[in-house]
Design a protein around this ligand. Structure first.
Ligand code: CTP
Length: 409
């Protein structure tokens, strides 16, 4: 049932790109703004993503809107959803649907349904509201699950007792919203979350879906607090018993990411994995991160603690360079978070990272040095001497490297 007292039309109109969208939806089957955008609009916050629901064919609706706005519609087959893009406006349009979970943790089977059923299948009451966008329905709030009350009370509440079992990614989402919004899990919801975590619900979810939610959680400004809640609720343990869910370490990794150029989320994930890196390697593989990210996380998790022990002020520049050059920035961030001496890391970052000779092997060949592995070794030694201040300038580099390659230095 609409909630007649609540007219949100001005707030809806003020959303970026909405004026043109409202014109484009005229005469089409009724459309509704749903999910996070409604939650944020009611809180007076800005939402980046606009999700719309239509009680009709979403792809056809998206094509018509795209044509009217001279934009593009891209269809996604799995759930019958589509994205419309035009200028600054990006909206996802989904057919109103009900969901059936064939087995816990699997992606649901979907079939067309009315708006209320579509709201009923969602994760939390604060995400289960809709606002009409069409004609006289513009700005009218649909709130069949009590989302507005929970928004005002600051509560994250599931809509039914099987929610976390059907979709255990909601365990991570619950914690993400709780910390982002400064809310609390409603009492029964917290009990259900603990039960689902203990019962092994997370094992039923694909690694890729876990990755998306875990990386979203770690990308939040409140990630350290969220990691603390993962620990308290038994979710961290359910993800993997050897994870180190230490909010302070995660906060340190996030902070040090700015100095080192690390990706905060990857450095935080490395922090989670750093207590027993060998034991969590398999878990990191199941997350199916892009290969470069996976390598950085695993390397950082195993090398960060070692660097934290090894780095000290007495290292020569060439030693620092040799020690830190093979490491991803996430390893440096984690080492700092674990208490590594800041001086050497900062010296490496400001003076030594990317340091190179002015000459190359080609210069040695041109100087008449025969092609052989001695050239590589000579260049390495020349770089070492340059970093330690024993030589300077291109001529000195060429002279030293030539002599070294010919076995005369
Ligand atoms: N949703 C759900 N269960 C999930 C994922 C999503 O019920 N496992 C629903 C929620 O209603 C959610 C909406 O789909 O609001 C859109 O999902 P998503 O874009 O992930 O979240 P937002 O609410 O838009 O949150 P955010 O602000 O983090 O983007």
């Amino acid at each position: 049932m609409p909630t007649p007292a609540t007219d949100l039309s001005d707030r809806v109109r003020s959303l970026a790109g909405m004026e043109q969208l409202l014109v484009a939806v005229e005469g089409l089957p009724p459309l509704y703004l749903v999910g996070g955008a409604v939650r944020d609009l009611l809180r007076g916050a800005r939402s980046v993503d606009l999700d719309l629901v239509v009680e009709a064919d979403a792809a056809a609706t998206a094509r018509e809107i795209a044509a009217r706005l001279r934009g593009r519609a891209v269809e996604h087959q799995r759930f019958g959803t589509a994205t419309v893009r035009t200028g600054e406006l990006v909206v996802d349009i989904a057919m109103a649907r009900r969901e059936r979970y064939e087995r816990p943790g699997a992606l649901p089977e979907v079939e067309p349904a009315g708006l209320t059923e579509d709201l009923d299948r969602r994760d939390f009451t604060v995400n289960a509201m809709a606002i009409g966008l069409s004609g006289s329905d513009l700005g009218v709030l649909r709130d069949p699950c009590g989302g507005l009350d929970d928004l005002e009370a600051g509560l994250i509440r599931v809509l039914h007792g099987r929610s976390f079992v059907d979709d255990p990614t909601r365990l991570l989402r619950a914690v993400r919203y709780e910390t982002r919004l400064g809310f609390e899990l409603e009492t029964d919801t917290e009990r259900l979350a603990r039960e689902a975590a203990t019962a092994g619900a997370i094992a039923t979810v694909s690694g890729a879906r876990l990755r998306d939610e875990l990386m979203d959680l770690l990308t939040e400004a409140e990630a350290p607090a969220a990691v603390g809640r993962l620990r308290e609720l038994g979710i961290a343990r359910a993800l993997h018993p050897s994870l180190r869910a230490d909010p302070e370490l995660v906060a340190g990794a996030a902070l040090a990411s700015a100095e080192t150029g690390a990706s905060p989320a990857l450095a935080e994930l490395a922090a989670l994995c750093s207590a027993r890196p060998a034991e969590v390697e398999e878990f990191v593989h199941t997350l199916a991160l892009p290969a470069a990210d996976r390598t950085a996380v695993l390397r950082a998790a195993s090398r960060g603690p070692v660097l934290a022990e090894t780095l000290h002020g007495g290292l020569r520049p060439s030693e620092l360079h040799a020690l830190l050059t093979p490491e991803p920035p996430e390893a440096l961030a984690l080492a700092l978070a674990l208490g590594a001496a800041g001086g050497p890391v900062l010296r490496y970052l400001s003076d030594l990272r990317g340091a190179a000779l002015e000459i190359t092997g080609e210069d040695l060949l041109s100087a008449g040095v025969p092609r052989s592995p001695a050239i590589g070794r000579a260049l390495e030694e020349t770089l070492r001497r340059k970093l330690d201040g024993e030589l300077a300038g291109r001529d000195a580099e060429l002279r030293t490297a030539t002599e070294l390659a010919r076995g005369r230095a």
